[in-house]
Design a protein around this ligand. Structure first.
Ligand code: SF4
Length: 175
């Protein structure tokens, strides 16, 4: 019988883009070859990286983007219910960011101006009157500011969470 210690369980990590541009996900991928080291410690659940469509029970949820429609709210609530630690990633998740620039406009007028009509396909999620940051709807454990946060910021955040440490804030930037 082998006496070797079993490998420690990997942390399960989910990521999602709500009302965002996927720039935060792109920056996450900029950790480049360190991804190989990372996947020794984590495995992905729902994420554009896995194409899994629903979130399961996870240790960490990384959320890019704010809330611009009813589907965003539903996805956010499912992440909060399933993720032990929830991280608001990037300016859009933390403040509403660029999508919130529409907040001074009437949503009906805006749809009319862009599409020439108000789209009413029942498959389209209902737009919200305003774009909201995610902390207005659920409790957030950590924030990673930036537009986007740097790859190093993602790296250090995950290293801290994997080690069970409170994340440090040395690499945060607010541009
Ligand atoms: S914070 Fe910047 S990079 Fe991230 S989703 Fe928003 S606009 Fe895109």
């Amino acid at each position: 019988m082998s006496t070797a210690n079993p490998a420690p369980a990997k942390l399960r990590v989910a990521t999602v883009s709500l009302a965002g541009c996927f720039g935060c996900h792109m920056s996450f991928l900029d950790i480049d070859e360190r991804l190989f080291e990372l996947i020794e410690h984590i495995q992905f659940d729902r994420s554009p990286l896995t194409d899994i469509k629903t979130v399961g029970l996870c240790d960490i949820g990384l959320i890019e983007g704010g809330l611009c429609n009813a589907e965003n709210v539903e996805v956010l609530r499912a992440f909060r219910a399933n993720c032990r630690v929830l991280v608001a990633v990037g300016a859009c998740a933390i403040t509403g960011g660029l999508p919130a620039l529409r907040n001074h406009l009437d949503v009906g007028d805006m749809l009319q101006a862009v599409y020439g009509t108000v789209p009413d396909d029942p498959e389209l999620p209902l737009p919200l009157n305003k774009v909201h940051p995610i902390h207005e709807v659920v409790r957030i454990d950590h924030s990673l500011p930036g537009c986007p946060p740097s790859a190093d910021a993602f790296w250090h955040l995950l290293q801290d969470l994997i080690a069970g440490r409170e994340p440090a804030h040395g690499l945060i930037r607010y541009d």
